[in-house]
Write a protein that binds this ligand. Structure first.
Ligand SMILES: Nc1ncnc2c1ncn2[C@@H]1O[C@H](COP(=O)(O)OP(=O)(O)OP(=O)(O)O)[C@@H](O)[C@H]1O
Ligand SMILES: [Mg+2]
Length: 258
């Protein structure tokens, strides 16, 4: 289904996240004054070094943690809690899979909660389990899976639930290089097919350039901000060995070396 581009736009204005130091109560900024609009249907990549606040920002958009100041909206609605319009793929799969459910049951969980009939649930879960390459493992429990496999279950579940906004926190970090390439390609295909709004966090420049229409660079913390935005208009699927790809790569690399 094609959604109008004006829907599921994320508006971020002067957004801040602070915490109080345990020792003396001083206020520290993790994120300070982030201004950003992520258009409905856009593939946006958030790129930055470890510890700069990428997960913090994503968790605020997801509604899992509260902001300390500023505005954070989906369309005209202030984000105050998690919602069905937003789905998160966590950096650590363990924090989101139900250990007492099999792969298939995990993927079908949200569908069951929405009272989707069994045969339809099966159809949907089968499609996405196949897509992430877990068809031989659908009866297994999370503890019987590798880290990369658990990550793929998370992805299948989120896709099955069909939320309009996908928040992805370094989802492919734990995968081997080959699986990672496959998943990156599939994600682009799914995004093109479904017109979802994607915010994808990574610290890998190559991954950022393979996936994103825009790449927001987050500065080193504390008081992190989105300092620059790079546009990548190269057509998909992107060719990593093309001159244009490598020129962009070098520009972003130089940015981090400054
Ligand atoms: N509850 C908290 N209290 C104090 N500091 C915190 C808290 N949560 C996060 N931080 C700090 O905020 C900063 C940003 O953390 P965050 O996990 O968002 O970084 P990140 O960019 O996702 O890093 P990584 O790439 O390693 O996942 C870190 O310096 C972290 O120590
Ligand atoms: Mg993180």
């Amino acid at each position: 289904m094609t959604l109008p581009a004006t829907r599921h736009t994320i508006h971020i204005e002067q957004l801040r996240k602070t915490y109080h130091a345990t020792a003396n109560g001083d206020v520290h900024y993790i994120i300070k004054d982030v201004d950003l609009v992520i258009r409905g249907g856009e593939f946006f990549v958030l790129l930055g070094p470890s510890g700069c606040g990428k997960s913090t920002l994503l968790n605020m958009i997801a509604g899992f943690i509260s902001k300390s100041g500023g505005q954070l909206k989906v369309d005209n609605r202030e984000i105050e809690r998690p919602g069905r319009d937003r789905a998160m793929i966590f950096q650590q799969a363990d924090s989101s899979l139900f250990p007492w459910l099999t792969v298939r049951e995990n993927v079908e969980f949200g569908l069951r909660m929405s009272n989707i009939p069994k045969t339809q649930r099966r159809e949907i879960s089968e499609r996405y389990i196949q897509l992430v390459g877990l068809n031989a493992h659908e009866g297994k429990f999370p503890k019987e899976l590798s880290g990369g496999m658990k990550q793929r279950v998370q992805l299948a579940r989120v896709l099955a639930n069909d939320s309009a906004i996908l928040l992805m926190d370094e989802p492919f970090g734990a995968l081997d290089a080959m699986t990672r390439r496959t998943m990156q390609k599939e994600l682009v295909n799914i995004w093109k097919e479904t017109h979802k709004t994607v915010i994808f966090v990574t610290h890998d420049i190559q991954e950022a350039l393979l996936l994103g229409e825009r790449i927001g660079i987050m500065s080193v913390g504390p008081s992190s901000n989105i300092t620059d935005i790079y546009h990548n208009t190269l057509p998909y699927p992107r060719n990593m060995s093309s001159a244009e790809f490598n020129t962009l790569y070098d520009r972003i690399q130089a940015h981090f070396e400054e």
